[in-house]
Design a protein around this ligand. Structure first.
Ligand SMILES: NC(=O)c1ccc[n+]([C@@H]2O[C@H](COP(=O)([O-])OP(=O)(O)OC[C@H]3O[C@@H](n4cnc5c(N)ncnc54)[C@H](OP(=O)(O)O)[C@@H]3O)[C@@H](O)[C@H]2O)c1
Length: 294
């Protein structure tokens, strides 16, 4: 089974993990409960929580060594932040050089207290990237067993196609911002390129960071539509409907959800079983856009 085949239908995003208010034991129990729900894929990046999330997750994993093998862990590198912990960084920038990729994966493995990442994504396209350096880094990481598969994030169709053609390793995923708040990827070739290259599209901020299901007045009409469609499907919650809308796309979108609440994660997993009709789907698209399709 490939790494892409092993991804759970909903991926747990760890960007906000430090806000969940859990100590190491609490987080270990949270991770185990997520796995029990079937959400066994966890999305990380070295920069999350000002470079502190990976270490917090690693501390929880270290409490139960058998847990690691039940997880699919996604890591990301390539963004460099200014931070009190990085006094040498004067300006936020991107770095997809070979040495940076290799160095950051070492840091991630150390902090997560694991010997391997299931999937490494290049977090953002770096205008200064040299594909041959990325190819070298990927080959080394693969040969050393430190990363099992590779992908990208926030890459345009042209960037993904260009890099893919220059690598020996296949790119198995592109993690992009897709939601009813931001439908651009449906129409700009991003999802088509995923299908063309065999990449799994992952949707980050699939609920618009909570905005589309919270109180943001910009999404009032969309929330009404989500509620109506949910009622027509036996009382499904608006967030479930919004995730089912993503999952209905034939490219096989995996939402990367950011909730710290297990009840909401259970609801998200339940979205996989919700089958929207074509008219439901377009009703939601229309409510999101504020107009009918041309
Ligand atoms: N590749 C990239 O460039 C990139 C960029 C951004 C994010 N990401 C990934 O995507 C993941 C998810 O991003 P995200 O956190 O913005 O995703 P999201 O799922 O769209 O938003 C999560 C936020 O929405 C809230 N929320 C969820 N359901 C809600 C509901 N029914 N009502 C009100 N609020 C609700 C959550 O609060 P509760 O915790 O209280 O439920 C949480 O604060 C991140 O963790 C990260 O892994 C990747």
């Amino acid at each position: 089974m490939t790494v892409a085949d092993r991804l759970s239908p909903v991926i747990v995003g760890c960007m906000r993990l430090l806000d969940w208010g859990l100590d190491a034991r609490g987080l270990r129990d949270w991770i185990k409960a997520a796995v029990e729900l079937g959400a066994h894929s966890f999305d990380h990046a070295d920069i999350y929580g000002d470079y502190r999330v990976e270490a917090a997750f690693g501390e929880a994993l270290a409490l139960e060594s058998a847990l690691r093998d039940r997880l699919t862990i996604i890591g990301k590198c390539g963004i460099v932040l200014t931070s009190a912990s990085r006094p040498d960084v004067a300006v936020k920038h991107y770095d997809l050089s070979r040495d940076h990729i290799l160095r950051r994966v070492e840091g991630t493995l150390r902090d997560l207290r694991t010997d391997r990442l299931d999937l490494l994504l290049l977090h953002r396209p770096d205008p200064l990237l040299r594909p041959e350096e990325i190819a070298e880094a990927f080959a080394r990481l693969k040969a050393d067993g430190k990363v099992l598969a590779f992908g990208v994030s926030n890459f345009t169709p042209a960037q993904a196609r260009y890099l893919s053609a220059a690598l020996d390793e296949p790119l198995v995923a592109n993690q992009v911002n897709i939601s009813l708040e931001n439908t651009g990827a449906l129409f700009d070739g991003t999802l088509d390129t995923c299908r063309e290259l065999g990449m799994v599209p992952m949707a980050w901020s699939p609920l618009g960071g909570g905005g589309i299901v919270g109180n943001d007045p910009r999404f009032a009409d969309l929330r009404t539509a989500l509620r109506r469609v949910g009622e027509a499907h036996g009382g499904r919650a608006p967030d479930q409907v919004a995730l089912a809308w993503l999952m209905a796309h034939p490219a096989g979108i995996r939402p990367v959800v950011g909730t710290g609440r297990l009840d909401r994660l259970a609801g998200a997993m339940g979205a996989a079983g919700l089958r929207l009709s074509r008219q439901d789907w377009y009703t939601l698209l229309q409510a999101a856009a504020g107009r009918e399709v041309p």
